[in-house]
Design a binder for this molecule. Structure first.
Ligand SMILES: Nc1ncnc2c1ncn2[C@@H]1O[C@H](COP(=O)(O)OS(=O)(=O)O)[C@@H](OP(=O)(O)O)[C@H]1O
Ligand SMILES: Nc1ncnc2c1ncn2[C@@H]1O[C@H](COP(=O)(O)OP(=O)(O)O)[C@@H](O)[C@H]1O
Length: 213
């Protein structure tokens, strides 16, 4: 192995300071050309029951049908696996989002349009994930649904449990949700169908040159 195959990065404060990166032999531009679209993370954020998973999966299906390389990260494949050790204290939520941010970055590096569906309640954590990606690779999608509507939907019966005191630290009841201040896409699920919500996101990708179909 010759030395130019390696890039030494400044990670003096990390435990992995003796680890060096192997430079990629397939460039971002080559991946983008092969996939036919730009990579990005569609970061869905909103209350429990707001419709993050439903809309993220509808978007994923539309993009897949258009021939895009996609993936959805949500509680089912993350909180039961990689983040199975984390609960719902503020500290655990911060770590949950940090790890999901790292995983999203890898998917973006692989050239995918990745959709994440996590409450991600804190402005600072969403901003940290954005800051780790290149310009335009983080698209915040605010799934804006009034808590009354979420509570009426209550697809998992969790609001009822939280109101009864069976669940503590429930977002919107006794745990904070900090509103996105300038999301790239602002989706109001109480005012339009699931399909219209998903189209709003896909149209954003078309209008901003991520996909060209
Ligand atoms: N205390 C508390 N508060 C909020 N949500 C709770 C809680 N306990 C369990 N659940 C279920 O976990 C899902 C939220 O997990 P997230 O990883 O998205 O949360 S966070 O981003 O770390 O805040 C959330 O799923 P969604 O309804 O899909 O949002 C709930 O089903
Ligand atoms: N326009 C809409 N967009 C998204 N979900 C909707 C809409 N109208 C009704 N729903 C329903 O609301 C519920 C949202 O649940 P879910 O997607 O699991 O939310 P979250 O992932 O935010 O917890 C689903 O039962 C879905 O069918």
């Amino acid at each position: 192995m010759t030395q130019e195959k390696y890039k030494v990065v400044d990670v003096a404060n990390e435990k992995s300071s003796d680890v060096v990166w192997h430079l990629a032999s397939v460039s971002h531009a080559q991946r983008e050309a092969a996939n036919g679209h730009a990579p990005a993370v569609l970061w869905f954020t909103g209350l429990s029951g707001s419709g993050k998973s439903t809309v993220a999966n509808a978007v994923d299906k539309m993009l897949h049908d258009l021939g895009c390389k996609t993936y959805v990260l949500d509680g089912d494949n993350v909180r039961h696996g990689l983040n199975g050790d984390l609960g719902f204290s503020d500290t655990d939520r911060v770590e949950n989002i940090r790890r999901i941010g790292e995983v999203s970055k890898l998917f973006v590096d692989a050239g995918l349009l990745v959709s994440t569906a996590f409450i991600s309640p804190f402005v600072e954590d969403r901003a940290s994930v954005r800051a780790q990606l290149r310009d335009n690779q983080f698209i915040e999608v605010y799934i804006d649904t009034p808590i009354e509507v979420c509570e009426q939907r209550d697809p998992k019966g969790l609001y009822k449990k939280a109101r009864n005191g069976e669940i503590k630290n429930f977002t919107g009841i006794d745990s904070a949700y900090e509103l996105p201040t300038s999301p790239e896409v602002h989706v109001k699920t109480a005012e339009q169908s699931i399909e219209a919500c998903a189209l709003q996101v896909v149209d954003y990708l078309k209008e901003n040159g991520y996909i060209d179909v």
